[in-house]
Design a protein around this ligand. Sequence first.
Ligand code: HEM
Length: 195
Amino acid sequence: MSKGTIPGYRFGDPDLPASPVALEDLDRLKAAVLFGEADEAALRHAWDVLKDQVEEVLDVWYGFVGSHEHLVAYFSTPAGEPIQAYLDAVRPRFGKWIEDTCTRPYDATWLAYQEEIAVRHTPEKKNRTDEVDSVPNVSMRYLVAFIYPITATIRPFLTAGSHSEEEVEAMYQAWFKAVTLQVALWTRPYVPQGW
Ligand code: HEM
């Protein structure tokens, strides 16, 4: 998958506004989740293992969301009817996000798309990319809560390669930190004061 082949995927688009989060604030946030160069290296290894399993990972995550009415509601009409075209449209971007999380430098370009992903969960931008008539907001509490399932469910996929237990643990911890870091960034547009 490369840029331009996924509808609605805008990583690196020069027309995206710069993130309101400064690079030095990103550095501080990275320090707060203990994210360092060893984690970057571990994420690159994680992608080697995950790249052939992306569809299976997405099956697990979609299965989880789909099996809870209060979660699939965010991909549904206000009346509660799931919008399959919406679920299908987001899925390849979600897959690309796995790759981006593992392989991209966390720089200003990455930060700009972080902000875009964030607002796509909020009334500012939700539904617009895929032109769907769904509910206007993903409740922020679920973004935070999802750190756990998005982290825990990746572990069996990381063990599928030929890495030692120690290496798998390093990849797992790096993934956990990367997800936590991103969800911290994504809370920004929800929090008008005090972020
Ligand atoms: C750790 C937490 C989460 C992660 C990592 C995550 C990741 C993503 C990603 C990568 C996208 C696509 C971004 C793009 O357009 O390129 C996305 C979109 C979306 N996510 Fe999340 N998400 C999380 C939490 C949630 C939760 C809890 C829900 C509700 C069940 C949710 C519902 C959605 C919806 C509805 C979209 C489409 C938004 C739109 O209209 O553009 N997400 N998410």
